[in-house]
Each structure stands twice: as C-alpha cells, then as structure tokens.
Design a binder for this molecule. Structure first.
Ligand SMILES: Nc1ncnc2c1ncn2[C@@H]1O[C@H](COP(=O)(O)OP(=O)(O)OP(=O)(O)O)[C@@H](O)[C@H]1O
Length: 457
C-alpha cells in the first residue's frame, strides 16, 4: 500500500511509532459504487482480525483512491483506486495471524486478477521432474547439501526422482547436530528414499575452529565458512570420481532447497525509515563452487513442501520435522562451545524433544529447542546446595513461519514442563535450573527477516 501511495503522490511518512500485533479492521463499504471496489473484501464480513507490522504510514490517501478498511489507529488500512483495480492493504494478509487473509488473497487472485485455479501438486511434480531432466541433460550430474531437514530432503528426493544416481547428496556432520542425527539421516535417506548420500564427519575440525569463541555472530561465520570448505572439498572428490565415468558427465549443477520466503527475503525494499534487509540461505556456496543453481522449490511455501514430500513418499516423521538451523547446537550454547557443553545441550534437547513426542505435542509445536546458559545458579541436589548451569526451553507455534507464538503448555498440559524440568536436572550432571522462554514475539521480527530460520532460531 505504501509503494502504491508513493507512486501516486509520495505521501508516505516515516513512522515514529511502530504498529505491531493484532488489530481489528472495519471494512468501509460506502467506498463507491464501482463494481471492483468491494471485491477484495467481499464475503469477509464487516470486521476483520488482522496482523499489523509497520512503522511507516500514509500521510493521506492518494488522489483518486478510496478507503476500504480502517482501524482506530490507522485510518488508511486499505485503499482502492477509483477507476482501476489497484488495491493496497496496510496489514499482512499472508500470515496466519490474519485468519481471513487467505480469503482476501483468493479474492484478489481469482476475482480481481481472474487467475485460473488449476495448479495441482501432481502436475507440479511432473513439470519439475521434466524441467530438471531437460536442464541437466542425459549425462549431467548434480550435487547438493542435505541437512536432513524438510527442505533439502524434499529437494533431494525430487532430484533423485528426476535423475537417480546422477544426484550426489552430501551431509556435513559438524558435531553440532542433535543426538544420533547423522546416523538417522543417513539411514532414512539411503535405505528408505534411495538417495545417494555421503556423510562427511568434520566434527573435530568445526570444534577446533570454534575453540575460545563466545560471540554468536562469530560462531555463525566460523561454522558457515568451515561448512563451505568441507563441502567444497567433498565436491572436488566427487568431481574427480565422476570424471572417470563414461555414463555420466561432469558435475555442473548445485541443488538448493530455497523456498519462496527465502526468495522474498533476498529482495531489498527501501522505505522512508529503513531498508528491509536481504537474507539468503546457503549464500556463498554457488560462488565458491562455480556451479549452476537448481532450485526446484523456489515457488513453494513450507506447507506446500510438506505436501510435496508426502507425495514423493518421504516418511511422515521427516516431513513434519521441526526446522533445525545449520549452526545447530552451536548457537544453542551461550558462551564457548566445548565437548562437555555440547553433551549437556544435546542431552537436554533430546529429553525435551522425546517428551514432546511422547506426549503427542511434537506436531502441535512448530519448533522447540533447549539452550544452554552457562551462568551458575544455585539448586538443590539430594540434600545439598549445588551450583550448576541453566537450560532454557523454547517452543513456539507458527503456521506460516513468519510469525510465532509461544506454546502454552501450562494451560494444555500442566505437568509436561514439570516432567521435562525434573528429567533434565536429574539426568544431566551440572544443570540445576530449567527455564521456559515465554517470549512470543521475538524483538527482531520487525527487521523483516521473516524467514524460517531467522525468526525462530
Ligand atoms: N549439516 C549439513 N549438511 C549438509 N547441508 C547442510 C547442513 N546444514 C545445512 N545444510 C544446507 O544448508 C541449507 C540451509 O540450512 P538451514 O539450516 O537454513 O535449513 P532450512 O533452510 O530449514 O533447510 P532444511 O529444511 O533442508 O534444513 C539446507 O537446506 C542444506 O542444503
């Protein structure tokens, strides 16, 4: 809406106060008699629950436009051009916190833009497989980094369906993975999904690089650059091995599980008060490797990737896995990462996740993890006072992975957190306190780095 207003008169003001959170929008129906005016909000009722997240705002309505929605704080929550089908809304119809947002978008796409609704997942699979085969050709080979997470696994399976053994998946065991992660991923991908996967055990090299590092951004950078080094080394080895084959050509392509939100995030917008920043997932790899990119999931959202995964025969447990960021436990340990700290964080994470599964709460949760806080706090063990470290648990729900609310275990399952806390303090030596993070809205949400990993890790 701001972009439209800017084009029609430049009256967009840098906001002094952000408007963030739930709001109720009144639909203004006397906006005019022209047919298209009410089409956007048709059938949505007189009052809409919406999610607002903005700082800048319109100074006044641009000439030739009419207001179609307003709140007490925002008199211009929705506008339409008087002659042309040009609409703008100030709230976010694309997030789960706007319950009728999908209906609004459907009105726009189907009624106003007259889009045909003939897209099916089956057809998508068929087209993508064909597209990959044509791109890669009869001998071309593809390499891809696979974490065992939903995105890279679904992309890998699609690639495997298209070109079989000419796709090489590589997983880097950085020593920061969850309990038994590398072993489980290797088993599922090779035995159940028939994907050619190599696991590189680089855990000691990651730990060596991270020695003495406490600053989280530095940890991320070190982990990222070691990841590139390891992947590059493996890619070279595979390339040399491939060179001897007569059935296959050189490795020229790199598979990436980029999703649509990543694509959105990689575009920069400049508003009056700030630039909404860019962000990209596996930034760096393509440049280093000089390979051409294939991104078969770039038009899909997370929920669609899950449907696709199920269609391709990927087990439910994998399709519904919570996202787990690349730097893994490395960014879940505050302070220096050592073998003993890793053991504590991994054990706490394992207890929390297995109890979520055992209580049927895993699928009701979008992401959950335990973080290790190395501050010493007093606790009681048996009849002794002891000083130990703290574990902080976090669990959130999110449909769209753009907004998140913390899980209210206290209401739904009163004993659950008690149980997890007592297991952690009893079973993990050196931990005396368990905290639950009740923050719903991470303060960095507004920075518009609204992606899966950035928001929720
Ligand atoms: N340990 C790993 N080994 C190999 N590749 C990895 C590893 N960790 C991350 N990657 C690669 O980096 C990409 C981005 O990782 P990120 O942690 O941001 O996960 P994501 O975007 O949620 O994807 P996924 O669901 O596949 O984990 C992954 O899709 C994968 O290609």
């Amino acid at each position: 809406m701001q972009e439209i207003a800017w084009n029609f008169g430049k009256d967009v003001l840098a906001g002094e106060k952000r408007e963030y959170g739930h709001a109720k929008v009144d639909v203004v129906r006397d906006g005019g008699s022209r047919v298209h005016i009410n089409q956007l909000l048709q059938g949505l009722g007189d009052r809409l629950e919406v999610f607002m997240s903005h700082g800048d705002k319109l100074g006044q309505i641009p000439g030739g436009f009419t207001v179609i929605a307003a709140t007490t704080n925002a008199p211009f929550a929705g506008i339409v051009h008087n002659e042309k089908p040009i609409y703008g809304v100030q709230f976010h119809p694309e997030v789960g916190h706007t319950p009728k947002g999908q209906d609004l978008l459907r009105n726009f796409a189907v009624k106003i833009c007259r889009a045909q609704q003939h897209w099916t997942m089956q057809e998508f699979v068929h087209q993508e497989v064909e597209r990959i085969r044509t791109l890669v050709g009869e001998k071309g080979q593809v390499i891809g980094a696979v974490s065992g997470g939903v995105d890279s696994t679904v992309a890998a399976k699609l690639m495997n369906t298209a070109i079989g053994g000419r796709f090489h998946a590589v997983m880097i065991d950085n020593g920061l993975l969850r309990k038994d992660e590398a072993k489980n991923v290797l088993e599922t991908l090779t035995q159940e999904l028939g994907i050619r996967l190599t696991v590189v055990d680089a855990s000691q090299r990651f730990l060596d690089d991270l020695r003495g590092v406490v600053e989280p951004e530095r940890k991320r950078k070190i982990i990222g650059s070691r990841f590139i080094t390891e992947f590059q080394k493996k890619a070279k080895e595979l390339e040399v091995a491939a060179a001897g084959s007569t059935k296959a050509g050189p490795i020229e392509w790199l598979l990436q599980g980029t999703l649509y939100p990543d694509v959105i995030e990689s575009i920069s917008f400049k508003g009056p008060s700030q630039t909404i920043k860019t962000h990209h997932n596996v930034g760096g790899l393509p440049d280093f490797l000089k390979l051409k990119l294939i991104e078969p999931l770039r038009l899909l959202f997370k929920d669609e990737v899950r449907v696709l995964g199920t269609k391709l025969g990927i087990p439910e447990s994998l399709v519904w896995r919570h996202p787990f960021p690349g730097p893994g436990l490395g960014i879940r340990i505050l302070g220096e990462i050592t073998k003993s700290q890793l053991e504590i964080a991994r054990a706490a994470d394992h207890i929390f996740l297995s109890e979520l599964i055992a209580h049927g709460l895993y699928q009701k949760t979008s992401q959950a993890f335990a973080a290790l806080i190395p501050t010493r706090a007093v606790g009681v063990m048996g009849d002794k006072r002891v000083y130990g470290q703290m574990i902080s648990l976090r669990a959130v729900t999110s449909n769209d992975f753009m907004t998140a609310s913390r899980c209210h275990f206290d209401v739904e399952n009163r004993d659950f957190l008690d149980l997890v806390s007592s297991r952690i303090t009893n079973e993990i030596a050196g931990v005396t306190r368990v905290l639950y993070d009740v923050t719903s809205k991470p303060p960095w949400v507004w920075s518009a780095n609204l992606g899966t990993t950035v928001l929720l890790t």
